[in-house]
Write a protein that binds this ligand. Structure first.
Ligand SMILES: *[C@@H]1O[C@H](CO)[C@@H](O)[C@H](O)[C@H]1NC(C)=O
Ligand SMILES: *[C@@H]1O[C@H](CO)[C@@H](O)[C@H](O)[C@H]1NC(C)=O
Ligand SMILES: *[C@@H]1O[C@H](CO)[C@@H](O)[C@H](O)[C@H]1NC(C)=O
Length: 299
């Protein structure tokens, strides 16, 4: 892969394995299963279209097609998921927020210590991804039945944080810790996202008042998104963001302390049983890109 602008996950992670490619073979040998599935799928499609039709008549504006608002999905997996977000939360516009606080210490703390910008990486069951109509994605190293996806919302946060870091380094005379191409990628991505959302909420204007200040708009519930992601924890922490040659797998060992994947992770990295991901302790050494494949088999 040549175009490696997306540095949150890097470009190298893990070679695609047989998770998806082996499926067609399995399918060919089970024609009756396929027919059954096809009928089931047609049934879902009909219900899906009917549901879409009824949704278009209800009051909330935008719905994501993922998670519970995806009718096909809801029927299949009932209450096991919680995203599928709709614009149903009242939130006022605020002109000056904590993130534009003129106090450098307080503002930097919010931007630099923003764990949420790490959170969007999910280890999603391949079956779930397939059901959601998602494109084939690279396998998650600790469970080959899962693949790595990142929510667009979290990717945006990550990008904004990168731009903040770059601006802050510029204005304090510190050398840039991120590659320029990465920062430019982020600007372009956010620009496109704004265009994509084409937010048509008219903000009121008034003499002496900042446009829209305090005006209520409808938002999606970010906490629900976080919950949905957490349930598919990709165990990602963006450690050593200034190190270009670090293997992404180093950033993918931050499962919760009670994760069933810890033994596998410890074994892969040669860590002791007393090693826990949290609280995070700054590590010295790290695998560099490509090294995760050398003499190791983590499948
Ligand atoms: C900025 O915030 C820090 C931490 O709250 C505080 O100690 C400091 O006095 C503030 N600086 C100014 C200039 O207000
Ligand atoms: C990886 O990058 C760091 C600087 O970020 C450098 O000090 C180190 O020598 C590099 N390691 C290799 C093996 O290229
Ligand atoms: C993780 O486990 C370690 C070791 O048992 C413990 O000291 C630490 O408090 C735990 N951290 C969290 C966030 O659970």
């Amino acid at each position: 892969m040549e175009n490696c602008n997306e540095k949150l996950l890097g470009c190298e992670v893990v070679e695609s394995n047989d998770n998806f490619s082996s499926k067609p073979k399995a399918r060919r040998s089970r024609n009756s299963t396929v027919t059954g599935a096809l009928i089931l799928s047609l049934t879902f499609n009909v219900i899906f279209i009917l549901r879409i039709y009824s949704y278009s008549h209800d009051e909330s504006v935008a719905k994501s097609k993922y998670g519970t608002a995806n009718p096909q999905y809801t029927i299949a997996l009932a209450d096991t998921i919680s995203a599928g977000l709709i614009n149903n939360v009242d939130v006022p516009y605020v002109w000056d927020t904590d993130r534009s606080n003129p106090n450098d210490t307080e503002r930097n703390k919010l931007w630099y210590e923003d764990e949420e910008s790490n959170e969007g990486i999910m280890a999603m069951d391949n079956e779930e991804a397939e059901m959601l109509g998602l494109q084939r994605s690279q396998p998650w190293p600790w469970d080959k039945k899962k693949s790595i996806h990142i929510t667009n919302g979290h990717h945006n946060l990550h990008c904004l944080r990168n731009i903040y870091i770059s601006i802050n380094e510029y204005s304090t005379g510190v050398p840039q810790s991120l590659e320029r191409s990465h920062v430019l990628h982020c600007l372009g991505a956010l620009y496109d996202d704004i265009k994509c959302n084409a937010d048509d909420t008219p903000r009121f204007t008034n003499r002496g008042v900042k446009p829209g200040e305090g005006q209520i708009r409808k938002c999606r519930d970010w906490s629900q998104l976080r919950k949905w992601v957490k349930e598919r924890d990709g165990c990602f922490k963006y450690i050593k963001h200034d190190v270009q040659n670090i293997s992404t797998i180093e950033r993918m060992k931050y499962c919760s302390n009670d994760s069933k994947y810890l033994p596998l992770i410890r074994e892969f990295f040669g860590l002791k049983d007393t090693w826990f991901p949290w609280p995070y302790v700054e590590q010295e050494g790290y695998l560099i890109k490509g090294e995760e494949f050398r003499g190791r088999d983590f499948e």
